[in-house]
Design a protein around this ligand. Structure first.
Ligand SMILES: [Zn+2]
Length: 407
């Protein structure tokens, strides 16, 4: 597991580089800064020092009075690089690293990046505040029913859980949320990832390199007495077989796979030379995901729909009475052109005894889909429409989604 650095800021002005680093980081956390910038500086009357410490607070870069930095600048950079396990011999090339600090019981992940600037390194630290606390199945924006199902399936001792969705669909956040929910001292969790995007307490993260494929790592994982294993991606027959083998030998295996939708994971695994019987006995569930634009709650405006649109939406999912539709408003200080971030759509395909039988009998994707729908699975399309009925998104956004993703 990654070492956690406990911050011990000095009572007064730092008198060495070690204290200076703790001082700089803990002051940034107190001021709720999102980024810390350390850079060389050409002295000005306003700021006569040769170095600049700035924090980005609420989106604004602010200079911090810290002339003690002048004495230790290079040592401060070196100390941070040691804590973040970054190479200190590679001077003159951009580097990045990561460290976890604890402050008042909270673990905060810091992402560090350095670039050489006229022979002196500039350093930026991105603060991922409470990132672990926010990573939880309970924080995923899904319906209560789906959340309960997901919690239930992730409590299984062994089997395969597959997430699918295109790049940028938010599935990494979902995977980390599941892992962080499972993470505890009583469970051994190991991962093979490319790249390792977040480090979590109680999780052994392993970076896949040119020398270690997913498949070779998973062979090593067989001997690691793990309970939960995250394999970043099934990308070929070798990694598919490796994932299946781990899932069949007493491990709960989480992974991702490219497929159009949740049910499509079955045929995708078949295409990767996995026998339907093995899929039927091993696959616990697959979770499809997409992101769609979210309306700014502060400035969204009520709107009426023409009859043909109402008919179209009713054909997907009946519109509840008294539904108020919304469209993007004029920009406000909380958004960009009426939109604020994105919200996820989920599709959870749970393999129960009956669906397992159907997979074993090599039923078609259409038949599996119909069976899952009978058992209450909502599709990504229904989820999109539902987000519109609830006022979280607008018609443009779901129409764009439908145009891009519908078969
Ligand atoms: Zn707004």
């Amino acid at each position: 597991m990654e070492r956690v650095h406990s911050l011990r800021p000095p009572a007064g002005r730092p008198t060495n580089a070690i204290d200076a680093v703790d001082f700089i980081i803990s002051s940034a956390l107190k001021l709720r800064a999102s980024d810390i910038h350390l850079s060389p500086h050409i002295p000005t009357t306003e700021h006569p020092d040769r170095y600049l410490l700035r924090y980005r607070v609420h989106g604004k870069l602010q200079t911090i009075r810290a002339n003690f930095i002048t004495n230790y600048y290079n040592e401060i950079i070196a100390r941070i690089k040691v804590l973040a396990e970054m190479s200190s011999s590679d001077v003159g090339i951009p580097l990045d690293g990561q460290m976890v600090v604890s402050s008042g019981g909270d673990h905060v992940v810091l992402r560090i990046s350095t670039v050489p600037s006229a022979g002196i390194e500039e350093l930026v630290i991105r603060v991922q505040r409470n990132s672990n606390q926010n990573l939880s199945i309970n924080k995923l924006q899904m319906t209560e029913e789906m959340r309960m199902k997901l919690i239930r399936v992730t409590q299984q001792k062994s089997g395969l859980i597959v997430l699918n969705g295109p790049a940028g669909s938010g599935k990494t956040t979902t995977i980390y949320s599941i892992i962080n929910t499972l993470a505890s001292a009583e469970r051994k969790i190991i991962t093979a990832e490319d790249p390792v995007e977040t480090r979590l307490p109680y999780v052994n993260h392993t970076q896949v390199t040119s020398k270690t494929s997913f498949a070779s790592l998973s062979r090593a994982f067989m001997r690691q007495d793990a309970d939960v294993i995250f394999l970043g991606e099934i990308r070929d027959e070798e990694s598919a077989h490796a994932a299946l083998q781990l899932a069949q030998t007493g491990h709960l295996v989480l992974t991702t796979l490219h497929s159009r939708d949740a049910v499509g994971v079955v045929s995708r695994l078949e295409a990767l030379d996995i026998h339907p019987t093995n899929i039927a006995t091993t696959l616990i569930c697959s979770l499809g995901q997409r992101l769609i634009p979210s309306l700014c709650a502060k400035c969204k405006e009520p709107t009426h729909l023409p009859d043909d649109k109402i008919e179209f939406l009713n054909s997907i999912l009946p519109i509840p009475e008294d539904t108020q539709f919304y469209m993007a408003g004029q920009s406000c200080d909380a958004c960009v052109k009426g939109y604020a971030g994105r919200i996820p759509l989920f599709e959870l395909f749970v393999v129960d005894a009956e669906i397992s039988d159907a997979i074993n009998q090599k039923q078609s994707k259409l038949q599996l889909n119909a069976l899952a729908r009978q058992k209450g699975m909502s599709t990504l399309t229904e989820e999109a429409v539902l987000r519109y009925y609830y006022g979280y998104t607008d018609l443009d956004s779901i129409q764009t989604y439908l145009a891009n993703y519908e078969p």
